[in-house]
Design a protein around this ligand. Sequence first.
Ligand SMILES: Nc1ncnc2c1ncn2[C@@H]1O[C@H](COP(=O)(O)OP(=O)(O)OP(=O)(O)O)[C@@H](O)[C@H]1O
Length: 360
Amino acid sequence: MTVSRGVQARFRCSFGAFRLDVDLDLPGSGVTALFGHSGCGKTTLLRCIAGLQPADGALTVNGETWQDGSRSLPVHQRSLAYVFQETSLFPHLSVRRNLNYGFRRIPEARRQVGFDQAVSWLGLDHLLDRMPERLSGGERQRVAIARALLTSPDLLLMDEPLSALDARSKQDIMPYLETLRDSLAIPILYVSHSTAEVARLADHIVMMDNGQVVAEGPLQQTLARTDQPFGLEEDAGVIMDAVIGQRDEQWHLCRADFDGGHLWLRDDDTLDTGQRIRVQVLARDISIALSQLTEQSTQNLVPATIDEIAADLSPGTSMVRLMAGNTPFLARLTSRSVHTLSLQPGQRVWMQVKSVAIVD
Ligand SMILES: Nc1ncnc2c1ncn2[C@@H]1O[C@H](COP(=O)(O)OP(=O)(O)OP(=O)(O)O)[C@@H](O)[C@H]1O
C-alpha cells in the first residue's frame, strides 16, 4: 500500500460571521507559510489541525488519519509540536532540564531527534545551564523550538514564532530556522505576516483571506502569478534559489546561477563559490529590451521568453511573466511600453534586471 505523504486538511467551522472553509493538500516536508491579513483564519486553521478547535472535516498527516468526520484523535494523541509567539519555558528549570522534560517522555525507539542534534541545530550548547530568566527573547524562542523538536513530532506548527522579537533577534534566529527547514523530514506549518520571513524560509505558501484559501502552491511559482493574489503591490516579484558560480575579484561581483541563466550581484566578501542563496527580483526592477543592448549600464541582461501579459492593479501598468529556462520572472511595465514594443506571449526578449537582493 502506498502511504500518501503530506498533510491533507479539510475543515469547516464558524464563529459568528466568520467562517473557515479550507481544503488543502500540503507537502510532507519543508516549510509551508500560512500568510494573510490579521483575522483571515490562520491561527484557527492551526488550532483545527492541532485538535484544539472542533471543526467538521478530515485530516491526514503523512498517511495517518487524525480526523475523519466526527472521529477525531484527541490533542494529546496527535504527534505534533506547537510553537507560539511567546512560548513559556518552565521558569524553575535550567535550559537542559526544560529540554529534557519532553525528551524523556518519548520512548527511545520513537525518538527521531537526538538531544545533541536539537542542541546543535538551535545553537544552545553554551546555554544549557542557564535559567530561563537569564535568556534573551531570541534565545528563549530557540529553547522553545528545541524543546518542541525533542518530542519527535510528525508535524511542527509555528504561529508567528518571531513576532515578539526585535528586528536584530529576528535576524539572528533566521539561520537556525533555515537549518531546521533543510534538516527536518517533517512538515512545518509557519504562520507569518512578514513577507521577509516568508521569502527567506518558505518552500510552499498558502495565502488566506476571510477564512478561505485564495492562492496556494510552491513559493517560486505562486509568487510569479500575474493575478497577484497576495496584494504585494510594490513588493510584487519573484524569489528563486541560486548557487554562487563564480566570483569576479577585479570588479567585486559574483555570479548567481539559477535554472535558466545567471545574475551578477555585488560581492561584499561574504559569499563563497558553491554557496546556495535565495534571491528576490522585484517586478518593478525589470525592464524589457527587444535586442541585446550593450551600451547601457545594467549588469544583468538575461534572455527570456514572454509567457503571459496580464492586467495589473492600475490601468496604466501591465504585469508580464517571463521564463528564463524554467525560472519565472515578473516585470511590471507601463501598458504603453507593452503596446509600443508590440510585446506578445512567445516572444524572445532581453530582461534588464536593475536590482537583485539576497534574501537575508
Ligand atoms: N474562539 C473564538 N471565538 C470567537 N471568534 C473567534 C475565536 N477564535 C477566532 N475567532 C475569530 O475568527 C477569525 C479568525 O481568527 P484567527 O485568529 O484565526 O485569525 P488570524 O489570521 O490568525 O489573525 P492574526 O494574524 O491576527 O493572528 C477572527 O475574526 C477572530 O476574531
